[in-house]
Design a protein around this ligand. Sequence first.
Ligand code: A3P
Length: 309
Amino acid sequence: MEKSRKKFINVIDEAVVAAKRMDRDEQLFSYKGILYPTTFCSPEVFRAMESFEARSDDIILAGYPKSGTNWVGQILSDLVAIFEEKTQNKESSVNDEFPYLEVGDTEKYERMNKLPSPRLMVTHLRPENLPSSIFKNKSKILLLIRNPKDVATSFYHFSNAFSPLPSYETWDDFFVAFMTKKMPWGCYFEYISSWNKYADDENVMPITYEDLKENPVLCVKNIAAFFGISLTEKELQGVVERSSFQSMKKNSQKTHGSFGNIFFRKGGISDWKSLFSEDHNERMDKAFEERIGGTKLGTKLKYEVYCKA
Ligand code: A3P
């Protein structure tokens, strides 16, 4: 098995074991006003991350949890592999670091400073909590966003299936927590609002889960172009096929270990209809309108198309 996947699976398995010894109220901790899972993050690692030196050729995927980061992470690692084959890069950038930038040990960033380019990393952090060198050195950021109703639905199922995160007795309990900033990695609306300030930067490319689902060929083409990677038609088709929900789910034991199924649940649009009552719809519609409606990213989410009952 590829070294990096082995590491990924180990980190997940260790978090599951550690979570068994924890009470529910120990599962999250607060850092700079935002909650994070204790089994994956720590204040020491956040502080160590400040020394991370970003590069202009880094490939960064930013996305709120449950927006499809594992999906787009697959697309990007496939694109990097194609790029390396074309450029006959002797020093492969495949490494065994956990792909999420904020997850690891305090020495992770020293090790990353020695890795060859292009380095691929994923993050759930808001821009103000990322190492400042990312913006100073103009690293390219692919910003993945997904409509809030499907994010909440996906997060609810994931929280109840994945023991390192606090679980909820009812959907209603979860909904209240989601709307009142009690989620790991913080509030969805604050996340989108913070990233809105960067949405027009030339080094930031926003894409939506829904666009990628509806037109993967065009989106993968655009993503490759943004990172300066040229693709033949055949390579493009290969990237799209290998990142389809069916192939990723089928492969999930190998890529994500025994919890693979949890990461690849439904992979569609509108599953929120199975959970949202009229009252939930009203509360979410109001929050969307007040918090991010009319902003660049809010408009890009096409709320009227994907979130109206
Ligand atoms: P659902 O729970 O709605 O199925 P993340 O990777 O950021 O944790 O996001 C998880 C969500 O992305 C899950 O949504 C998961 O099923 C979906 N997903 C993962 N791979 C996918 C793919 N190849 N195509 C579409 N959706 C995918």
